[in-house]
Design a protein around this ligand. Sequence first.
Ligand code: HEC
Length: 156
Amino acid sequence: MRKSNPFFLLLVVLILVGCGKSKPSADVSNNNVPSDLSSQEILNNSSVQGDYERGRQLFLQCRACHSLKINESHKVGPNLYGILGQESGNQEGFDYSDALMSSKILWNIDTLDQFLQKPYAFIPGNRMVFAGLKNASDRLDIISYLVEETAEKDQK
Ligand code: HEC
C-alpha cells in the first residue's frame, strides 16, 4: 500500500490548525463562519479553523459508505485511511470507476474541498453518489475530522 509523505501530512495539519497549535481536536472553537467564505479563505484566516467535533457529526453522512481506519474494509466507497497526501484512486482492493482512476488528483485540503463541494463536477463521471456540501465551513469541519482520523499515526 502506498504511504503518504509524513512531512506533507504534518504540513497539512499545521495549515489546518494554524501555526502554534499541534492538535486539531484540542480547540473546538466557535464555528460561526460566514458561509460565503471559501474554505481557502477560512484556512488563510488563522483565527478560524475546522471544528473536529462538528466534523465528526457531519461525517455521519459519509460513514455509510466510508470507513477511516487502517485495515477496515471498504464499504460502498473506499476506506479513506491515509488519504491526505495520496493520489486519488489508490486505496488497495477497491474497484474504482475509470473516471476516478484516471483523475490523478493529489488529495489535500484544497482538492478535498473542491471535491466535496461538487463531486460530480470535480471528477466528472465518478461513482460517488453524493450531491456535495454547499457550506464551506461544513467542508472544512469534515476535512479537519478526516485529517485527524485518517492519519497514519492512528494505527490501531
Ligand atoms: C453513497 C455512498 C457514498 C457517500 C455518501 C460518500 N461517498 Fe465518497 N465515495 C464513494 C464511492 C463509491 C467512491 C469511489 C467513486 C469512484 O470510484 O468513482 C468515493 C470516493 C471518495 C473519495 C476519493 C477516494 C480515493 O481513494 O481517491 C473521497 C475522498 C471521498 N469519497 C470522501 C467522501 C466524504 C468526505 C463523504 C461525505 C461528505 C463521502 N465521500 C460520501 C461513495 C460515497
